[in-house]
Design a protein around this ligand. Structure first.
Ligand code: ZN
Length: 417
């Protein structure tokens, strides 16, 4: 089993900073964290000038078609846990097997989201692809109608051992469309049944009205920030009432309005990470989803909303919405772009940004075995050169990534004892 000592490093443990300390890993778990030296005879990495942070948690991805790049590429970029936010159950089983074979980020899932016939995201899936395979997949999606369907949907997910429930509350406003949205009675039934069984519920919405509606129905968090308008008191109050979180997916929204293109290109072509991403993945990250066809939809609406939510004490969680065959994002890499936007566009300190990608999501999603560098937890660790608390761009100076104490293969030859 994996055991080693990280010595003479700066430690961000998910909450606080130790300027110089040591982290001992034994049998895949964090055994000891100290600002003093730790006596240890085994493998030791002496890393002055480096910082160790908890493995990043991406609270929003889609590993469509059991995409085999998603989990290993996420890990290479320091993302040790991804939360899939809608997928066919057979794909989840395939992905779990891939994860168990190693060198992958861990996978959390809702399995199928609570979809309705012809509701989000069916229209956009069909607009891009209506081949036989796609139609066969869509045929397996839930097509919920009544509150009773909603309760049964949750029971079916419980049998699959899912980690949370995902709702789709999309009217199509931002896309310049008018799509069928699940009824409030249905959404409430799903939420109540999930809560009765200890599952938290996150919801997709991209305009303010849909966001307020689904929060008032009882959602625990949003999987996007709305971009159709600036925030108002109503939406802030709705967030506060539920103590809900917001995973704004700023990068995905910037790809939607095409305002994020320059930044996508900058991250995809960053010289520090060329060996971690394939050419096809890099090219797709530079393209834009361009889904926003509403005159008022802007990147700035999302930035201002995040600023106001944060000021109101609403928890912001980092998640990329990285997906294939969608474009505009890259598994793992987009998390670093999102962290940069939190700092540069939304007024976070770098430590606050890192908190939103480590201990905050672990607590919100009840992943009690990870998210911090603390004795007893999984040794999901990221080693970077430099100090990301002074300059968030250092998160891409990656020097080592461990999942449950096992070093990611991309770092096997470069990490010196
Ligand atoms: Zn999504």
């Amino acid at each position: 089993m994996a055991s080693f000592l990280l010595k003479d490093v700066r430690i961000f443990d998910g909450e606080t900073i130790i300027e110089k300390g040591s982290v001992l890993v034994e049998n895949g778990r964090i055994a000891k964290v100290s600002s003093l030296d730790i006596d240890y005879d085994g493998t030791t990495y002496n890393k002055p000038g480096h910082t160790v942070i908890p493995g990043l948690i991406d609270v929003h991805v889609h590993c469509d078609g059991a995409n085999e790049v998603a989990l290993p590429q996420s890990l290479r970029f320091g993302v040790t846990t991804v939360c899939d936010m809608h997928n066919e159950w057979p794909n989840i089983q395939t992905l779990r097997k891939q994860r168990d074979d190693g060198d992958c980020a861990d996978l959390k899932t809702t399995s199928f989201a609570a979809t309705i016939d012809n509701g989000w995201p069916m229209p956009i899936v069909l607009a891009h692809n209506s081949d036989e395979k796609t139609l066969a997949e869509l045929a397996t999606w839930p097509k919920l109608v009544t509150p009773e369907d909603g309760r049964k949907y949750v029971q079916d997910r419980l049998k699959e051992g899912v980690d949370y429930i995902k709702l789709m509350h999309e009217s199509g406003l931002v896309m310049g469309a008018d799509w069928k949205k699940p009824s409030i009675e249905l959404q409430k039934a799903v939420i109540d049944e999930a809560h009765r069984n200890g599952l938290m519920v996150v919801a997709h919405a991209t305009c303010l009205e849909d966001t307020v509606e689904i929060l008032e129905a009882g959602a625990d968090g949003l999987a996007h920030c709305f971009i159709d308008q600036l925030p108002n008191e109503r939406v802030l109050a709705a967030y506060k009432k539920n103590n809900a979180h917001c995973n704004p997916t700023l990068c995905a929204m910037g790809s939607g309005t095409e305002e994020g293109k320059k930044m996508q290109e900058k991250f995809a072509h960053d010289l520090r990470v060329q060996h971690l991403i394939g050419q096809g993945e890099q090219e797709r990250m530079c393209m834009c989803m361009a889904f926003a066809h509403h005159a008022g939809a802007t990147f700035e609406n999302a930035f201002e909303t995040v600023r106001q939510l944060k000021a109101a004490g609403i928890e912001i969680l980092c998640g990329s919405d990285a997906a294939r065959p969608a474009v505009g994002t890259g598994y793992g890499l987009t998390m670093h772009q999102e962290l940069s936007l939190f700092v540069d566009a939304c007024g976070f300190t770098p430590a606050e940004a890192l908190h939103s990608a480590t201990s905050a999501p672990a607590r919100r999603f009840n992943f009690s075995d990870r998210g911090q560098i603390k004795a007893g937890l999984r040794a999901d660790l990221v080693l970077v050169e430099g100090n990301p608390m002074a300059d968030i761009s250092h998160t891409l100076d990656l020097r080592g990534v461990w999942t449950a104490g096992v070093l990611c293969s991309a770092y096997k030859d470069s990490l010196q004892h």
